[in-house]
Design a protein around this ligand. Structure first.
Ligand code: NAD
Length: 488
Protein backbone atom coordinates (compact mmCIF):
# COMPACT_ATOMS: atom_id res chain seq x y z
CA UNK A 1 0.00 0.00 0.00
CA UNK A 2 1.33 3.45 -0.90
CA UNK A 3 1.91 5.98 1.87
CA UNK A 4 1.12 9.63 2.37
CA UNK A 5 3.83 12.28 2.78
CA UNK A 6 2.96 14.44 5.75
CA UNK A 7 5.19 16.81 7.73
CA UNK A 8 8.32 15.58 5.96
CA UNK A 9 7.67 11.87 6.62
CA UNK A 10 6.07 8.93 4.80
CA UNK A 11 3.11 7.77 6.87
CA UNK A 12 0.54 5.03 6.43
CA UNK A 13 -3.03 6.17 5.97
CA UNK A 14 -5.29 5.75 9.00
CA UNK A 15 -7.52 3.59 6.79
CA UNK A 16 -6.69 0.12 5.49
CA UNK A 17 -9.12 0.56 2.58
CA UNK A 18 -7.49 0.96 -0.81
CA UNK A 19 -7.81 0.64 -4.57
CA UNK A 20 -5.73 -1.27 -7.09
CA UNK A 21 -3.51 0.82 -9.37
CA UNK A 22 -3.20 -0.97 -12.68
CA UNK A 23 -1.09 -0.64 -15.78
CA UNK A 24 -3.73 0.22 -18.41
CA UNK A 25 -1.62 -1.43 -21.14
CA UNK A 26 -1.46 -4.83 -19.48
CA UNK A 27 -3.95 -4.87 -16.62
CA UNK A 28 -1.01 -5.73 -14.32
CA UNK A 29 -1.36 -4.62 -10.68
CA UNK A 30 1.23 -1.91 -9.96
CA UNK A 31 0.35 -0.91 -6.39
CA UNK A 32 -2.48 -0.27 -3.95
CA UNK A 33 -3.45 3.31 -3.23
CA UNK A 34 -4.94 4.07 0.18
CA UNK A 35 -8.33 5.72 0.49
CA UNK A 36 -7.14 8.29 2.98
CA UNK A 37 -9.62 9.67 5.47
CA UNK A 38 -10.59 13.14 6.62
CA UNK A 39 -8.30 12.50 9.60
CA UNK A 40 -5.30 11.97 7.24
CA UNK A 41 -6.15 15.11 5.27
CA UNK A 42 -6.62 17.17 8.44
CA UNK A 43 -3.25 15.97 9.72
CA UNK A 44 -1.57 17.09 6.48
CA UNK A 45 -3.32 20.46 6.62
CA UNK A 46 -2.26 20.95 10.26
CA UNK A 47 1.36 20.18 9.33
CA UNK A 48 1.15 22.64 6.42
CA UNK A 49 -0.44 25.25 8.63
CA UNK A 50 2.28 24.92 11.26
CA UNK A 51 5.01 25.10 8.58
CA UNK A 52 3.49 28.27 7.13
CA UNK A 53 4.34 30.28 10.26
CA UNK A 54 8.07 30.01 9.50
CA UNK A 55 7.99 29.55 5.74
CA UNK A 56 6.23 32.86 5.06
CA UNK A 57 9.11 34.66 6.78
CA UNK A 58 11.82 33.00 4.68
CA UNK A 59 13.03 35.53 2.05
CA UNK A 60 11.81 34.66 -1.46
CA UNK A 61 15.37 34.29 -2.72
CA UNK A 62 15.92 31.52 -0.13
CA UNK A 63 12.49 29.92 -0.61
CA UNK A 64 13.36 29.10 -4.20
CA UNK A 65 16.66 27.37 -3.38
CA UNK A 66 15.09 23.93 -2.76
CA UNK A 67 13.05 24.43 -5.94
CA UNK A 68 16.27 24.88 -7.93
CA UNK A 69 17.56 21.70 -6.34
CA UNK A 70 14.31 19.92 -7.26
CA UNK A 71 14.70 21.08 -10.87
CA UNK A 72 18.15 19.50 -10.97
CA UNK A 73 16.97 16.25 -9.36
CA UNK A 74 14.11 16.01 -11.85
CA UNK A 75 16.45 16.66 -14.78
CA UNK A 76 18.78 13.91 -13.57
CA UNK A 77 15.89 11.45 -13.24
CA UNK A 78 13.36 12.53 -15.85
CA UNK A 79 13.63 9.39 -17.99
CA UNK A 80 13.02 7.08 -15.04
CA UNK A 81 10.04 9.16 -13.88
CA UNK A 82 8.66 9.22 -17.44
CA UNK A 83 8.67 5.40 -17.47
CA UNK A 84 6.66 5.25 -14.24
CA UNK A 85 4.26 7.75 -15.78
CA UNK A 86 3.82 5.55 -18.87
CA UNK A 87 3.27 2.46 -16.73
CA UNK A 88 0.42 3.93 -14.76
CA UNK A 89 -1.14 6.27 -17.35
CA UNK A 90 -0.46 4.60 -20.69
CA UNK A 91 0.69 7.57 -22.79
CA UNK A 92 3.64 7.16 -25.16
CA UNK A 93 7.21 7.64 -23.91
CA UNK A 94 7.75 10.82 -25.98
CA UNK A 95 4.51 12.23 -24.54
CA UNK A 96 5.63 11.36 -21.00
CA UNK A 97 9.04 12.92 -21.66
CA UNK A 98 7.35 16.09 -22.93
CA UNK A 99 5.16 16.12 -19.82
CA UNK A 100 8.25 15.94 -17.62
CA UNK A 101 9.86 18.81 -19.54
CA UNK A 102 6.81 21.03 -19.04
CA UNK A 103 6.67 20.07 -15.35
CA UNK A 104 10.30 21.11 -14.92
CA UNK A 105 9.67 24.30 -16.89
CA UNK A 106 6.96 25.24 -14.38
CA UNK A 107 9.31 24.66 -11.44
CA UNK A 108 11.95 26.81 -13.19
CA UNK A 109 9.43 29.60 -13.82
CA UNK A 110 8.45 29.58 -10.14
CA UNK A 111 12.15 30.07 -9.30
CA UNK A 112 11.70 33.63 -10.64
CA UNK A 113 9.44 34.41 -7.66
CA UNK A 114 11.84 36.92 -6.06
CA UNK A 115 11.04 39.11 -9.07
CA UNK A 116 7.50 37.93 -9.90
CA UNK A 117 6.15 38.50 -6.41
CA UNK A 118 7.41 42.06 -6.09
CA UNK A 119 4.74 44.59 -5.21
CA UNK A 120 4.26 48.15 -6.41
CA UNK A 121 5.02 51.46 -4.82
CA UNK A 122 3.78 54.88 -5.82
CA UNK A 123 5.69 57.76 -4.30
CA UNK A 124 3.56 60.93 -3.83
CA UNK A 125 0.26 59.29 -4.69
CA UNK A 126 -1.08 62.27 -2.74
CA UNK A 127 0.80 65.28 -1.38
CA UNK A 128 3.34 63.86 1.06
CA UNK A 129 1.67 60.45 0.83
CA UNK A 130 3.08 57.19 -0.57
CA UNK A 131 1.07 54.15 -1.64
CA UNK A 132 2.39 50.61 -1.53
CA UNK A 133 1.01 47.28 -2.73
CA UNK A 134 2.35 44.21 -0.95
CA UNK A 135 1.79 40.68 -2.26
CA UNK A 136 1.64 38.35 0.71
CA UNK A 137 1.26 34.59 1.02
CA UNK A 138 -1.95 33.39 2.64
CA UNK A 139 -1.42 29.97 4.23
CA UNK A 140 -2.28 26.42 3.16
CA UNK A 141 -3.40 25.72 -0.42
CA UNK A 142 -4.80 22.42 -1.70
CA UNK A 143 -4.80 20.82 -5.14
CA UNK A 144 -6.96 17.98 -6.51
CA UNK A 145 -5.50 16.47 -9.69
CA UNK A 146 -6.86 14.50 -12.67
CA UNK A 147 -5.44 11.29 -14.12
CA UNK A 148 -4.30 12.47 -17.54
CA UNK A 149 -1.18 14.46 -16.58
CA UNK A 150 0.01 12.82 -13.36
CA UNK A 151 3.08 15.11 -13.09
CA UNK A 152 2.42 18.25 -15.11
CA UNK A 153 -0.93 19.30 -13.64
CA UNK A 154 0.38 19.31 -10.02
CA UNK A 155 3.37 21.33 -11.33
CA UNK A 156 0.97 23.99 -12.67
CA UNK A 157 0.35 24.82 -9.02
CA UNK A 158 2.60 23.64 -6.23
CA UNK A 159 5.93 25.27 -7.27
CA UNK A 160 4.19 28.67 -7.45
CA UNK A 161 2.29 28.15 -4.18
CA UNK A 162 5.45 27.26 -2.31
CA UNK A 163 7.63 29.89 -3.93
CA UNK A 164 5.15 32.63 -2.95
CA UNK A 165 5.50 31.52 0.69
CA UNK A 166 2.42 29.31 1.08
CA UNK A 167 2.37 25.66 2.09
CA UNK A 168 0.68 22.89 0.15
CA UNK A 169 -1.35 19.68 0.28
CA UNK A 170 -1.69 17.69 -2.97
CA UNK A 171 -4.22 14.97 -3.66
CA UNK A 172 -3.22 13.12 -6.83
CA UNK A 173 -5.71 11.13 -8.90
CA UNK A 174 -6.31 7.72 -7.33
CA UNK A 175 -5.83 6.22 -10.81
CA UNK A 176 -2.22 7.44 -11.18
CA UNK A 177 -0.62 8.00 -7.76
CA UNK A 178 2.83 6.57 -8.53
CA UNK A 179 4.38 9.43 -10.53
CA UNK A 180 3.88 12.04 -7.80
CA UNK A 181 4.91 9.52 -5.14
CA UNK A 182 8.25 9.21 -6.95
CA UNK A 183 8.56 12.96 -7.46
CA UNK A 184 7.79 13.49 -3.77
CA UNK A 185 10.95 11.50 -2.96
CA UNK A 186 12.87 14.19 -4.87
CA UNK A 187 10.89 16.96 -3.16
CA UNK A 188 12.00 15.43 0.14
CA UNK A 189 15.62 15.27 -1.04
CA UNK A 190 15.50 18.87 -2.28
CA UNK A 191 15.32 20.00 1.35
CA UNK A 192 12.05 21.89 1.81
CA UNK A 193 11.28 22.40 5.53
CA UNK A 194 8.90 19.82 7.01
CA UNK A 195 5.24 20.45 6.26
CA UNK A 196 5.79 22.85 3.34
CA UNK A 197 4.74 20.19 0.81
CA UNK A 198 2.41 17.32 1.73
CA UNK A 199 0.83 14.57 -0.34
CA UNK A 200 -2.33 12.68 0.61
CA UNK A 201 -3.57 9.84 -1.59
CA UNK A 202 -7.22 9.00 -1.89
CA UNK A 203 -10.44 9.44 -3.81
CA UNK A 204 -13.22 12.03 -3.73
CA UNK A 205 -13.54 11.78 0.05
CA UNK A 206 -9.98 13.02 0.54
CA UNK A 207 -10.70 15.79 -2.02
CA UNK A 208 -13.83 16.84 -0.16
CA UNK A 209 -11.99 16.85 3.17
CA UNK A 210 -9.49 19.32 1.65
CA UNK A 211 -12.28 21.59 0.44
CA UNK A 212 -14.00 21.48 3.82
CA UNK A 213 -10.95 22.06 6.01
CA UNK A 214 -11.24 25.63 7.37
CA UNK A 215 -7.46 26.10 7.45
CA UNK A 216 -7.18 25.65 3.66
CA UNK A 217 -7.23 29.08 2.05
CA UNK A 218 -7.78 27.98 -1.53
CA UNK A 219 -8.27 24.96 -3.76
CA UNK A 220 -7.05 24.33 -7.29
CA UNK A 221 -9.06 21.66 -9.05
CA UNK A 222 -8.52 20.15 -12.49
CA UNK A 223 -10.87 17.43 -13.72
CA UNK A 224 -14.37 16.92 -15.04
CA UNK A 225 -16.86 19.78 -15.20
CA UNK A 226 -19.52 18.33 -12.84
CA UNK A 227 -16.84 17.95 -10.14
CA UNK A 228 -15.62 21.50 -10.96
CA UNK A 229 -19.09 22.82 -10.15
CA UNK A 230 -19.21 20.82 -6.95
CA UNK A 231 -15.79 22.08 -5.85
CA UNK A 232 -16.68 25.69 -6.67
CA UNK A 233 -19.85 25.43 -4.61
CA UNK A 234 -17.87 23.90 -1.73
CA UNK A 235 -15.24 26.64 -1.88
CA UNK A 236 -17.92 29.35 -1.99
CA UNK A 237 -19.68 27.76 1.00
CA UNK A 238 -16.46 27.65 2.97
CA UNK A 239 -15.31 31.11 1.81
CA UNK A 240 -12.10 30.09 0.10
CA UNK A 241 -10.37 30.83 -3.17
CA UNK A 242 -10.94 28.42 -6.01
CA UNK A 243 -9.51 27.54 -9.39
CA UNK A 244 -11.62 25.02 -11.29
CA UNK A 245 -10.54 23.76 -14.70
CA UNK A 246 -12.94 21.37 -16.41
CA UNK A 247 -13.74 19.39 -19.54
CA UNK A 248 -12.98 20.30 -23.14
CA UNK A 249 -14.10 19.65 -26.70
CA UNK A 250 -11.48 21.26 -28.90
CA UNK A 251 -11.91 22.07 -32.59
CA UNK A 252 -9.43 22.30 -35.47
CA UNK A 253 -10.56 24.46 -38.39
CA UNK A 254 -9.07 23.65 -41.80
CA UNK A 255 -9.28 26.66 -44.12
CA UNK A 256 -9.05 26.18 -47.91
CA UNK A 257 -5.51 27.69 -48.04
CA UNK A 258 -4.01 25.55 -45.24
CA UNK A 259 -0.61 23.91 -45.86
CA UNK A 260 -2.19 20.50 -46.22
CA UNK A 261 0.56 18.00 -45.35
CA UNK A 262 1.81 19.93 -42.32
CA UNK A 263 -1.76 20.37 -41.15
CA UNK A 264 -2.50 16.68 -41.47
CA UNK A 265 0.53 15.63 -39.40
CA UNK A 266 -0.36 18.21 -36.80
CA UNK A 267 -4.00 17.06 -36.65
CA UNK A 268 -3.03 13.42 -36.11
CA UNK A 269 -0.84 14.30 -33.11
CA UNK A 270 -3.49 16.60 -31.68
CA UNK A 271 -6.30 14.05 -32.01
CA UNK A 272 -4.55 10.77 -31.15
CA UNK A 273 -1.69 11.77 -28.80
CA UNK A 274 -2.31 10.35 -25.30
CA UNK A 275 -5.18 8.39 -26.93
CA UNK A 276 -7.21 11.61 -27.04
CA UNK A 277 -6.97 12.04 -23.25
CA UNK A 278 -5.42 15.51 -23.21
CA UNK A 279 -7.52 18.47 -22.16
CA UNK A 280 -5.95 20.16 -25.20
CA UNK A 281 -6.57 17.19 -27.51
CA UNK A 282 -8.72 18.00 -30.51
CA UNK A 283 -11.66 15.80 -31.30
CA UNK A 284 -13.54 17.84 -33.90
CA UNK A 285 -12.24 18.90 -37.30
CA UNK A 286 -14.24 21.55 -39.12
CA UNK A 287 -13.25 21.66 -42.78
CA UNK A 288 -14.26 24.82 -44.62
CA UNK A 289 -15.43 24.34 -48.20
CA UNK A 290 -16.42 21.18 -50.08
CA UNK A 291 -12.96 20.49 -51.52
CA UNK A 292 -11.15 20.78 -48.17
CA UNK A 293 -13.83 18.64 -46.49
CA UNK A 294 -13.40 15.84 -49.05
CA UNK A 295 -9.58 16.00 -48.88
CA UNK A 296 -9.53 15.99 -45.09
CA UNK A 297 -11.96 13.08 -44.86
CA UNK A 298 -9.86 10.92 -47.18
CA UNK A 299 -6.37 11.87 -46.03
CA UNK A 300 -7.07 12.06 -42.30
CA UNK A 301 -8.48 8.52 -42.29
CA UNK A 302 -5.48 7.25 -44.29
CA UNK A 303 -3.07 8.83 -41.78
CA UNK A 304 -5.12 7.66 -38.79
CA UNK A 305 -4.73 4.06 -40.01
CA UNK A 306 -0.94 4.46 -39.72
CA UNK A 307 -1.05 5.21 -35.98
CA UNK A 308 0.52 2.28 -34.16
CA UNK A 309 -1.58 1.10 -31.21
CA UNK A 310 0.58 -0.71 -28.67
CA UNK A 311 1.91 -0.94 -25.16
CA UNK A 312 4.13 2.19 -25.25
CA UNK A 313 6.86 0.36 -23.31
CA UNK A 314 7.10 -2.45 -25.87
CA UNK A 315 10.67 -2.11 -27.28
CA UNK A 316 9.34 -3.15 -30.70
CA UNK A 317 7.54 0.22 -31.09
CA UNK A 318 10.38 2.41 -29.81
CA UNK A 319 11.18 3.78 -33.28
CA UNK A 320 7.60 4.37 -34.45
CA UNK A 321 6.71 8.02 -35.17
CA UNK A 322 3.20 7.92 -33.62
CA UNK A 323 2.41 5.38 -30.93
CA UNK A 324 -0.92 5.36 -29.19
CA UNK A 325 -1.32 3.54 -25.89
CA UNK A 326 -4.50 2.45 -24.10
CA UNK A 327 -7.16 4.57 -22.45
CA UNK A 328 -7.00 4.76 -18.69
CA UNK A 329 -9.51 2.11 -17.59
CA UNK A 330 -12.10 -0.45 -18.58
CA UNK A 331 -14.74 2.08 -17.49
CA UNK A 332 -13.32 4.76 -19.81
CA UNK A 333 -13.18 2.26 -22.68
CA UNK A 334 -16.82 1.27 -22.12
CA UNK A 335 -17.87 4.96 -22.14
CA UNK A 336 -15.99 5.61 -25.38
CA UNK A 337 -17.69 2.55 -26.93
CA UNK A 338 -21.06 3.95 -25.85
CA UNK A 339 -20.28 7.30 -27.50
CA UNK A 340 -19.26 5.59 -30.75
CA UNK A 341 -22.58 3.76 -30.70
CA UNK A 342 -24.39 7.07 -30.06
CA UNK A 343 -22.65 8.55 -33.13
CA UNK A 344 -23.82 5.64 -35.27
CA UNK A 345 -27.38 5.98 -33.92
CA UNK A 346 -27.38 9.70 -34.73
CA UNK A 347 -26.58 8.96 -38.35
CA UNK A 348 -22.95 10.06 -38.50
CA UNK A 349 -20.80 7.96 -40.84
CA UNK A 350 -18.31 5.74 -39.00
CA UNK A 351 -15.43 5.58 -41.50
CA UNK A 352 -12.80 4.17 -39.13
CA UNK A 353 -13.83 2.01 -36.18
CA UNK A 354 -11.27 1.44 -33.41
CA UNK A 355 -13.44 -0.94 -31.41
CA UNK A 356 -12.59 -4.60 -31.08
CA UNK A 357 -8.87 -3.99 -31.42
CA UNK A 358 -6.57 -6.40 -29.63
CA UNK A 359 -2.88 -5.84 -28.91
CA UNK A 360 -1.01 -9.18 -28.83
CA UNK A 361 0.37 -9.89 -25.36
CA UNK A 362 -1.79 -7.12 -23.85
CA UNK A 363 -5.17 -8.79 -23.89
CA UNK A 364 -6.09 -7.20 -20.53
CA UNK A 365 -5.19 -3.69 -21.71
CA UNK A 366 -7.81 -1.02 -22.44
CA UNK A 367 -7.01 -0.36 -26.08
CA UNK A 368 -9.19 1.31 -28.62
CA UNK A 369 -7.92 2.28 -32.06
CA UNK A 370 -8.25 5.60 -33.91
CA UNK A 371 -11.92 6.16 -34.70
CA UNK A 372 -13.23 8.67 -37.23
CA UNK A 373 -16.74 9.86 -38.07
CA UNK A 374 -17.65 12.03 -41.05
CA UNK A 375 -20.96 13.73 -41.88
CA UNK A 376 -21.31 14.69 -38.22
CA UNK A 377 -24.15 17.07 -37.40
CA UNK A 378 -23.18 20.16 -35.38
CA UNK A 379 -24.77 19.99 -31.94
CA UNK A 380 -25.19 16.19 -32.01
CA UNK A 381 -24.16 14.12 -28.96
CA UNK A 382 -21.03 12.99 -30.78
CA UNK A 383 -20.08 16.60 -31.52
CA UNK A 384 -20.76 18.16 -28.16
CA UNK A 385 -19.73 15.47 -25.63
CA UNK A 386 -16.21 15.24 -24.24
CA UNK A 387 -15.40 11.62 -25.12
CA UNK A 388 -11.78 11.69 -23.88
CA UNK A 389 -10.65 8.97 -26.25
CA UNK A 390 -9.32 8.62 -29.81
CA UNK A 391 -12.63 9.50 -31.49
CA UNK A 392 -12.72 12.28 -34.07
CA UNK A 393 -15.75 13.97 -35.64
CA UNK A 394 -15.32 15.70 -39.01
CA UNK A 395 -17.83 18.42 -39.86
CA UNK A 396 -18.23 20.48 -43.00
CA UNK A 397 -18.76 24.25 -42.94
CA UNK A 398 -19.21 26.61 -45.89
CA UNK A 399 -17.55 29.65 -44.34
CA UNK A 400 -15.26 30.66 -41.49
CA UNK A 401 -18.22 32.38 -39.80
CA UNK A 402 -20.12 29.10 -39.83
CA UNK A 403 -17.10 27.25 -38.41
CA UNK A 404 -16.77 29.80 -35.59
CA UNK A 405 -20.51 29.45 -34.88
CA UNK A 406 -20.11 25.65 -34.62
CA UNK A 407 -17.33 26.10 -32.06
CA UNK A 408 -19.06 28.81 -30.04
CA UNK A 409 -22.33 26.88 -29.74
CA UNK A 410 -20.58 24.31 -27.55
CA UNK A 411 -20.51 24.19 -23.77
CA UNK A 412 -16.71 24.15 -23.48
CA UNK A 413 -14.00 26.63 -24.46
CA UNK A 414 -10.57 25.24 -23.67
CA UNK A 415 -8.60 25.35 -26.96
CA UNK A 416 -9.32 25.93 -30.66
CA UNK A 417 -7.00 26.07 -33.66
CA UNK A 418 -7.14 27.32 -37.22
CA UNK A 419 -4.95 26.23 -40.13
CA UNK A 420 -4.47 29.07 -42.59
CA UNK A 421 -1.87 31.40 -44.08
CA UNK A 422 -4.43 34.20 -44.28
CA UNK A 423 -3.90 36.86 -41.62
CA UNK A 424 -7.43 38.22 -41.83
CA UNK A 425 -8.96 34.81 -41.17
CA UNK A 426 -6.50 34.09 -38.37
CA UNK A 427 -7.20 37.43 -36.70
CA UNK A 428 -10.96 36.96 -36.96
CA UNK A 429 -10.59 33.48 -35.45
CA UNK A 430 -8.50 34.58 -32.49
CA UNK A 431 -10.86 37.45 -31.70
CA UNK A 432 -14.21 35.73 -32.23
CA UNK A 433 -13.73 32.18 -30.95
CA UNK A 434 -14.81 31.64 -27.34
CA UNK A 435 -11.83 29.58 -26.19
CA UNK A 436 -9.12 30.46 -23.71
CA UNK A 437 -6.22 29.06 -25.75
CA UNK A 438 -6.01 29.67 -29.50
CA UNK A 439 -3.72 27.97 -32.00
CA UNK A 440 -2.78 29.31 -35.42
CA UNK A 441 -1.26 26.45 -37.39
CA UNK A 442 -0.65 24.83 -33.99
CA UNK A 443 -2.87 21.86 -33.11
CA UNK A 444 -2.15 21.73 -29.38
CA UNK A 445 -1.99 25.38 -28.32
CA UNK A 446 -0.94 24.65 -24.72
CA UNK A 447 0.91 27.75 -23.50
CA UNK A 448 4.46 27.45 -22.14
CA UNK A 449 4.93 27.76 -18.38
CA UNK A 450 5.70 31.49 -18.54
CA UNK A 451 2.23 32.24 -19.97
CA UNK A 452 -1.21 31.63 -18.45
CA UNK A 453 -2.98 28.31 -19.10
CA UNK A 454 -6.75 28.00 -18.95
CA UNK A 455 -9.94 27.92 -20.98
CA UNK A 456 -13.32 29.64 -20.91
CA UNK A 457 -16.94 28.66 -20.32
CA UNK A 458 -17.33 25.19 -18.74
CA UNK A 459 -13.60 24.51 -19.27
CA UNK A 460 -12.55 27.12 -16.70
CA UNK A 461 -15.16 27.95 -14.14
CA UNK A 462 -13.07 30.29 -12.01
CA UNK A 463 -11.50 33.67 -12.76
CA UNK A 464 -7.81 32.95 -12.49
CA UNK A 465 -5.78 30.80 -14.87
CA UNK A 466 -2.73 28.84 -13.93
CA UNK A 467 0.98 29.32 -14.74
CA UNK A 468 2.83 32.52 -15.49
CA UNK A 469 1.98 35.78 -13.78
CA UNK A 470 -1.72 34.87 -13.45
CA UNK A 471 -1.16 32.35 -10.70
CA UNK A 472 0.71 34.82 -8.49
CA UNK A 473 -2.62 36.61 -7.95
CA UNK A 474 -4.21 33.35 -6.83
CA UNK A 475 -1.51 32.54 -4.33
CA UNK A 476 -1.12 36.01 -2.82
CA UNK A 477 -3.34 38.53 -1.15
CA UNK A 478 -2.54 42.16 -1.59
CA UNK A 479 -2.39 44.72 1.14
CA UNK A 480 -2.29 48.33 0.06
CA UNK A 481 -0.60 50.72 2.45
CA UNK A 482 -1.19 54.44 2.30
CA UNK A 483 1.43 56.20 4.41
CA UNK A 484 2.20 59.74 5.44
CA UNK A 485 4.82 61.13 7.81
CA UNK A 486 4.20 64.50 9.29
CA UNK A 487 6.86 67.21 9.32
CA UNK A 488 9.36 66.93 12.20
P1 NAD B 1 -12.40 13.59 -12.33
O1 NAD B 1 -13.27 14.79 -12.22
O2 NAD B 1 -13.04 12.25 -12.37
O3 NAD B 1 -11.37 13.52 -11.09
C1 NAD B 1 -10.43 14.54 -10.85
C2 NAD B 1 -10.02 14.53 -9.40
O4 NAD B 1 -11.14 14.91 -8.59
C3 NAD B 1 -9.55 13.18 -8.87
O5 NAD B 1 -8.43 13.39 -8.05
C4 NAD B 1 -10.74 12.70 -8.03
O6 NAD B 1 -10.38 11.86 -6.96
C5 NAD B 1 -11.30 14.01 -7.50
N1 NAD B 1 -12.73 14.04 -7.18
C6 NAD B 1 -13.74 13.39 -7.81
N2 NAD B 1 -14.91 13.74 -7.25
C7 NAD B 1 -14.63 14.64 -6.27
C8 NAD B 1 -15.42 15.35 -5.33
N3 NAD B 1 -16.74 15.23 -5.30
N4 NAD B 1 -14.80 16.18 -4.46
C9 NAD B 1 -13.45 16.34 -4.48
N5 NAD B 1 -12.65 15.68 -5.34
C10 NAD B 1 -13.24 14.84 -6.23
O7 NAD B 1 -11.46 13.83 -13.61
P2 NAD B 1 -10.45 12.81 -14.32
O8 NAD B 1 -11.24 11.78 -15.06
O9 NAD B 1 -9.40 12.36 -13.38
O10 NAD B 1 -9.73 13.78 -15.37
C11 NAD B 1 -10.14 13.98 -16.69
C12 NAD B 1 -10.87 15.29 -16.84
O11 NAD B 1 -9.99 16.36 -16.51
C13 NAD B 1 -11.30 15.55 -18.27
O12 NAD B 1 -12.62 16.03 -18.25
C14 NAD B 1 -10.32 16.61 -18.76
O13 NAD B 1 -10.81 17.45 -19.78
C15 NAD B 1 -10.10 17.38 -17.50
N6 NAD B 1 -8.86 18.16 -17.57
C16 NAD B 1 -8.99 19.50 -17.79
C17 NAD B 1 -7.86 20.29 -17.89
C18 NAD B 1 -8.01 21.77 -18.17
O14 NAD B 1 -7.00 22.45 -18.28
N7 NAD B 1 -9.21 22.30 -18.27
C19 NAD B 1 -6.59 19.72 -17.76
C20 NAD B 1 -6.49 18.34 -17.54
C21 NAD B 1 -7.65 17.57 -17.44
Amino acid sequence: MLKNYIDGEWRASSSSAGLDVENPSTGELLARVPLSTKEDVDRAVSAASAAFKEWKRVPASRRVRPLWKLVQLLRDNEDAIARILVQEMGKSLPDAAAEMKRSIENAETACAMPVLQQGDKMIECGTGIDGEVMRLPMGVFGMIAPFNFPAMVPFWFFPYAIATGNTFVLKPSELVPLTMAKITEYIHEAGFPKGVFNLVNGDRNAGEALVENPEVKGISFVGSTPVCRHIMQGCARHGKRCQAMGRAKNHLVAMPDAKFDDMLRNMITSCFGCAGQRCMASSVIVAVGEKMYRNVCTSFVAEAKKVVVANPLDPAVAGEPVVMGPVISAKAKAFIGKMIEAGVQEGAKLVLDGRGLSVPGCENGHFIGPTVFTEVKPGSTLHRTEIFGPVVAIIKADTLDEAIGIINDGEYGNGASIYTQNGFWARKFKLDVDAGMIGINVGIPAPVAQLPFGGMKASLMSDIKTQGKAIIDFYTTSKVVTERYLDE
